[in-house]
Write a protein that binds this ligand. Sequence first.
Ligand SMILES: *Cc1c(COP(=O)(O)O)cnc(C)c1O
Length: 454
Amino acid sequence: MTDQMIPSCDPIGCAAAGCTATVCTGAGLASNATMFARSKAVIPGGVNSSIRAFNSVGGEPYVVARAKGATITDVEGTSYYDLVQSYGAVILGHAHPAVTEAITAAVVDGTSYGAPTPREMKLAEAISERVSSCERVRLMNSGTEATSTAIRLARGATGRDRIVTFAGNFHGATDALLVAGGSGVATLGLPGTAGVPNASVAETMVVPYNVVPELNDQVAAVIIEPVAANMGVVAPVAGFLEGLRAECDRVGALLIFDEVITGFRLGSGGAQAMYGITPDITCFGKVIGGGLPIGSIGGRADIMEYLSPLGPVFHSGTLSGNPLATAAGLAALNQLTPDVYIELQARAGRLAAGLGDACASAGFAASFPIVGTLVGMFCGSAVGTVQNFDDAKRTDEAAYSRFFQAMLAEGVAMAPGAYETIFVGLGHTGDVLDAIVAAAHRAATTAVSRLDKR
Ligand SMILES: *Cc1c(COP(=O)(O)O)cnc(C)c1O
């Protein structure tokens, strides 16, 4: 396909000759369908992260031209209230002035050097000051890199190979953590995807969430989402994280908190401050980059100093500590004062309650669990209390898909998957939340009527 096939698209922001960046707006001929078809011709499935393809909810994705605050606008000019918020990365809302100004100011000084910089130092300090378990901080480029580096570090520091992970937790595209499991029992090492050799997961044990596993002295580390936010939103039950900490200490295993979602989302101190548990290593991503690519691990100095160049555990990255990502991340963290978290909690509470009422009054069975600023959604009347992945899987995925499609038609974009989190940010003002709840009532009514006709 050629650019001539989408003639309503105008070049934007192209200083360089030959630049083909385009934006397509208004009632032009460009459509999500033509754009996505063109992407599919060159990008496998048309996406660079598989959930974006809408496979689990059906239909085809909107192709985003721009976003501001709580709103995203597709290439056809249709706007949606956005509850995805880059899966939680843009907590301030899209294109927040503090972030865009920081990036704009930084970019003129160059975009990557391959040498230490003041801003990476400041972001590491900012993380360390706010999260007391992070005596040392290493910056990298994604949450996936953070979890894979944390696993390597834990193995290198303990001299052990075994990793314990929880069914329904998600740690990115890290081979050792892409394991099948989740039927209520502990299972050892079966690949969760093609392309992961048995050997990569042979030392990975999968156990049920919210039950303290019995460990032994072969275990290098236990990695956990301290609040699970990738199987819907599931809180740790009372005593679970404490028990896990004690069991790790009993056998000399390290406790890794994957706070890629919860870090700087539940509060400045993340889940570990909320529950008063000190992990040995913490993984960050998403919020700490202000919407730019980033990841990080932090932890006890004696453990972190196993990382190269001080220690024997190799880590490197051409773009690690990137000037733009650290500028954006610092700007975001500077906005996130205690007052902001109180406000975000209030908004999350208001949205969860509003969505619950909207669905109930429309006769659409759904629950909206909330942990701090995180809101989840489970569909169907058979769900009940959710404490682990087996419980979460009682959610009615088909019902979620109907609700998702009806919400999209009402102008609200939710994540295209039944196990994702609803993300509330600074862009979601009271008016926006009211509009989303009103849309949810209409969408739930539609979803129920489609169910009746089935
Ligand atoms: C998103 C996520 C990751 C992976 O981060 P990427 O930046 O997408 O690689 C890891 N862990 C958790 C808990 C996540 O939600």
